[in-house]
Design a protein around this ligand. Structure first.
Ligand SMILES: NC(=O)c1ccc[n+]([C@@H]2O[C@H](COP(=O)([O-])OP(=O)(O)OC[C@H]3O[C@@H](n4cnc5c(N)ncnc54)[C@H](O)[C@@H]3O)[C@@H](O)[C@H]2O)c1
Ligand SMILES: N[C@@H](CCC=O)C(=O)O
Length: 541
């Protein structure tokens, strides 16, 4: 039992290391990378705190060198999903009853382990398995993940402290119960931080979790589990399985104790899971919570008053960092005719200097896309643009899969505002641009709003305050994260709560109190100190 109302340590964003060339920071990280690259790792599932191995070994692949063998993971089947659910349910009561300070302390400790002794390891794993350069890895696997863990602890405290008022003669309280049943975290390949946050934020609140990471992120997911275990996470609280996504969802989503889905990934997969939940709704003991952050077709619109270099830089970084594989990546841009030449030459000057290759060489700004499917998808958009009458490839356009899945940063100039690459999520280093007549600024805002079903991130560049205000209003529902004179990527926990609406998700804002509220079921308690002894109202005598 807790015998105090505790504060938690003051939370600040984890400082981003700069990894200057020749510094010990970068040397240590690269030597960890090389060591891990040459080891042969064996990754088991973790169910009830035990390592689970099977007869099915799947070779791990690095996007920058698909032939390189650095180990394998053990693939599970539906018997493992059953076992994980049963284990989670058996662990639930004890975990839910543990004082909250004890629970969150595990995750504060995990944050310190990632910030210190495990920083190079989680960063190097993300570089090898997901092909992120040093900076992209640092802002994801280290800083964003550490921020998620620490800020969520502060948000839990704030949430628990929110209590109702009490009228005379009574005491009203609310308590934030974990969901009744087990929760299901399904995570994407592209952010180690998201992968760790989805199961851990639910667990922090006393929930038990079945976690299915993407098979493209298992190398870093394994280190997340290793650190959670070292930080003291009890057996059965988070169970990590490597099973087929579709089959797993079918099994989990018909279980009577399924209580919540925390998903990040593509819109199509999320919608298929929501549909299954709807079909199974009569089977559940409680209405499940559904949170999904999904796809995007994120825009940049420049006003004629914008600084062309700022627009060009926003596009180069927004579209091509991490090979455009951020749900927030700038993937369509609307540039006024009067600004186009200046934006184009600034982009050209910057793109010419970009180096492409393995993250092992920190001077490579662009690395490989995640896998063959993604490579082929990008190549398809590029090939079609090359032969289209409505579009032309004005930068990049080369693809090389001889060693890794490398796609050159590519800019498509479209003359048709509804050309396919302007409307569809590609999730690769391809930016599509539409040049509009300056006098069509207001019409173009409408076009931006109506072109795609998504509404995740977007940016306006302008030096004209009236134009900013107009864009701000016209695009109110077009982006859950709206940027003014900045790229549409790089949200920081605690500073820009992240998420989008329309086809981009439920907009529950990852890494915020709004998200945590979805994983509790509030119980209200009213205690009356001097209960009435007679039914009569005072005026009835
Ligand atoms: N909005 C956000 O915050 C956000 C953040 C990151 C990524 N994303 C989106 O994620 C996508 C890229 O990630 P991805 O390629 O890993 O996504 P994905 O949808 O292919 O996979 C996500 C997860 O779902 C699982 N899965 C695949 N098919 C399934 C099925 N039929 N049923 C149940 N689970 C299934 C995968 O194994 C993986 O664990 C992009 O669309 C991107 O925009 C969104
Ligand atoms: N939070 C990240 C995006 C995560 C999606 O992939 C950003 O703001 O760039």
């Amino acid at each position: 039992m807790t015998k105090a109302i505790s504060d938690v340590p003051v939370v600040l964003n984890e400082p981003v290391r700069t990894y200057e060339p020749g510094s010990s920071e970068v040397n240590n990280l690269i030597s960890t990378y090389k060591k891990m690259w040459n080891e042969k790792v064996e990754i088991p599932m973790i169910i009830n705190g035990k390592q689970v191995k099977t007869d099915t070994k799947v070779q791990l692949q690095s996007p920058q060198d698909h032939a390189h063998d650095f180990g394998f993971y053990y693939k599970g089947d539906m018997s493992h999903v059953d076992e994980a659910i049963n284990t989670a349910l058996a662990a639930r009561q004890k975990w839910a009853d543990l004082a909250w300070e004890q629970r969150v302390s595990i995750f504060l400790k995990a944050a310190d382990l990632f910030a210190g002794p495990y920083r190079d390891k989680i960063n190097a794993a993300t570089m090898i398995g997901q092909s992120k350069n040093v900076h992209q890895t640092e802002i994801d696997a280290a800083c964003e993940f550490i921020d998620f863990l620490r800020f969520n602890v502060e948000f839990v405290r704030e949430m628990y402290a929110e209590q109702p008022i009490s009228d005379e003669g009574m005491w009203n309280r609310v308590e934030y119960r974990p969901l009744e049943g087990f929760t299901f975290a399904v995570t994407p390949f592209n952010f180690t931080a998201i992968s760790g946050n989805l199961p851990s934020c639910m667990a922090m609140l006393g929930n038990v979790v079945l976690w299915k990471p993407s098979d493209k992120q298992i190398f870093s997911a394994n280190i997340i589990m290793e650190v959670f275990r070292e930080a003291g996470l009890p057996d059965g609280v988070i169970n990590m399985v490597f099973t087929d996504g579709k089959e797993t969802a079918e099994k989990v989503l018909q279980h009577p104790d399924f209580a919540g889905l925390h998903f990040t990934g593509s819109t199509k997969v999320f919608q298929s899971m929501w549909k299954q939940i709807g079909d199974n709704i009569h089977k559940y003991k409680t209405y499940p919570r559904i949170v999904g952050e999904t796809g995007g077709k994120d825009f940049v619109i420049a006003h004629p008053s914008a600084h062309p270099e700022a627009v060009a830089t926003g596009l180069v970084r927004g579209a091509f960092e991490y090979q455009g594989q951020k749900c927030s990546a700038a993937s369509r841009a609307y540039i006024p005719k009067s600004l186009w030449n200046a934006v184009k030459s600034s982009m050209e000057a910057q793109l010419k200097t970009i180096k492409i290759g393995s993250p092992e060489d920190p001077s490579n700004f662009v690395n490989a896309v995640i896998d063959k499917n993604s490579f082929e998808k990008c190549k398809g958009y590029i090939e079609r643009a090359k032969s289209s009458k409505d579009a032309e490839v004005i930068f990049g356009g080369n693809c090389d899969d001889s060693k890794g899945w490398f796609v050159e940063p590519t800019v498509i100039l479209a003359s048709d505002a509804h050309y396919e690459s302007i409307c569809e999520e590609i999730f690769g280093p391809i930016l599509s641009i539409y040049v509009y007549e300056d006098e069509d600024w207001s019409k173009t805002l409408k076009l931006v709003d109506e072109t795609s079903p998504y509404a995740l991130t977007g940016a306006v560049f302008s030096q004209d305050r009236y134009a900013i205000e107009e864009a701000y209003k016209a695009l109110e529902n077009a982006a859950g994260n709206f940027y003014i004179n900045d790229k549409p990527t790089g949200a920081v926990v605690g500073q820009q709560p992240f998420g989008g609406a329309r086809a981009s998700g439920t907009n529950d804002k990852a890494g915020s109190k709004m998200n945590l509220m979805r994983w509790v079921s509030v119980r209200t308690i009213k205690e009356t100190f001097n209960p009435p002894k007679n039914y009569k109202y005072p005026y009835l005598g």
